[in-house]
Design a protein around this ligand. Structure first.
Ligand SMILES: C[S@@+](CC[C@H](N)C(=O)[O-])C[C@H]1O[C@@H](n2cnc3c(N)ncnc32)[C@H](O)[C@@H]1O
Length: 277
C-alpha cells in the first residue's frame, strides 16, 4: 500500500481496464464512480474525501490520470506533453538558444543522447527531445512514474495524427527504478550526457512554487541522496554531467563544476568528465 495514496478513482468507463492495471501496479484500491453531474470544487473534495483516508487520490477521468489533491487545497496535476504551455515552449521557447540546450551541449549538428536520471513530470526530457536529443528518462517514484507513463500514452495517441510530435515521442523512453542502477547497465554505453534535476528545499514561499512542484514535493520530498547520485554519475564514462538547480541554492557537489550557466531562476552546473567533451 502506498504511504500517501490509497485510492484510485475512475470516472471514465472507457479507461476502466487501464485504471485497474494502474491501481494494481500501485497497490491501491480502485473505486469506480459515475459522475454524471458537475460538482462544485468544495462538493467534489467532500465527495472524494469520503472514499479515502489520505489527502489525495489518483483520478482517472476522460482527460487521463491525475493526482488530485483534496486537502488542504483542491487541485490536480497530470503529465501533459501536449498542453498549450508545452506547445508554446516547443515552438516559441528559444530552440537551441535556451540554457537547457546549451547545458547539454546541443550544437547545429550535434544532439547528444541524454539520460535524464530524475525524470519527474518529464518536462525537461520533452524539451530536450523536441530539440533533437534521444532521452532515456529514469524515475524511481512509482506514482510519479505512473503519471509519466500515462502522459506518454496520451501523447502517443495524439502523435498518431501528428507526424512532428511522433518524431519527438519516438525519442523518449522511460525506465523504472533508481538511476544509479541504470548507470551500471548497458544503456550507459550510448549516453553522452547525464542530466540531473533532483528535488531540493525551495527557499521561495510555498505560494510562489508552482502547483506541479508542490505536488512533487508532497510525493517525493527532498532527494536527500542527490550527492550520491551525482557522484555515481561522475563515476561513469559519460563525458558530461549536468545538474539543474535553483539559483538560490548551493551546488550539490564538493567537486567544483567545470562551468555554470545562469538563468533568471535556474542555473546549470556542468561537470565535464573528460576534457574534450
Ligand atoms: C525535481 S523532479 C524533476 C523534474 C523534471 N526535471 C521535470 O522537468 O519535470 C526530481 C525527480 O527525480 C526523481 N529522482 C530523484 N533521484 C532519483 C534517482 N536516483 N533515480 C530515479 N529518479 C530519481 C524524484 O523521484 C523526482 O520525481
Amino acid at each position: 500500500m502506498n504511504r500517501l495514496i490509497d485510492t484510485l478513482i475512475c470516472t471514465d468507463k472507457a479507461n476502466k481496464v487501464l485504471a485497474e492495471s494502474y491501481a494494481k501496479a500501485l497497490y491501491v484500491d480502485l473505486c469506480e464512480i459515475d459522475l454524471s453531474n458537475e460538482l462544485s470544487s468544495k462538493a467534489f473534495a467532500k465527495f472524494f474525501s469520503d472514499k479515502t483516508s489520505k489527502d489525495c487520490i489518483l483520478l482517472m477521468d476522460e482527460e487521463g490520470l491525475h493526482l488530485q489533491m483534496l486537502h488542504p487545497a483542491v487541485f490536480k496535476i497530470q503529465v501533459n506533453f501536449v498542453s498549450s504551455q508545452m506547445e508554446y515552449r516547443r515552438t516559441k521557447g528559444g530552440g537551441s538558444n535556451q540554457l537547457i540546450a546549451k547545458s547539454v551541449g546541443i550544437k547545429p549538428n550535434f544532439f547528444p543522447v541524454v539520460i535524464d536520471a530524475t525524470a519527474g513530470l518529464g518536462k525537461d526530457a520533452f524539451v530536450l527531445a523536441s530539440l533533437g536529443c534521444n532521452v532515456t528518462m529514469a524515475e524511481r517514484n512509482s506514482c510519479v512514474r505512473l503519471l509519466l507513463e500515462d502522459g506518454l500514452r496520451r501523447a502517443n495517441e495524439v502523435a498518431k495524427k501528428n507526424p512532428e510530435l511522433k518524431i519527438i515521442m519516438e525519442r523518449l523512453n522511460l525506465v523504472s527504478g533508481d538511476a544509479k542502477e541504470l548507470f551500471q547497465s548497458q544503456l550507459i554505453e550510448s549516453a553522452e550526457v547525464i542530466y540531473l534535476d533532483p528535488m531540493f528545499p525551495h527557499p521561495e514561499k510555498r505560494v510562489l512554487v508552482k502547483k506541479d512542484m508542490q505536488m512533487l514535493q508532497f510525493l517525493v520530498g527532498e532527494d536527500e541522496d542527490s550527492k550520491c547520485l551525482l557522484d555515481s554519475a561522475l563515476s561513469t564514462k559519460v563525458g558530461r554531467v549536468v545538474v539543474k538547480r535553483s539559483r538560490k541554492v548551493n551546488a550539490i557537489a564538493s567537486k567544483q563544476a567545470s562551468y555554470v550557466l545562469k538563468g533568471k531562476r535556474n542555473r546549470y552546473d556542468i561537470y565535464l568528465n573528460h576534457p574534450n567533451s
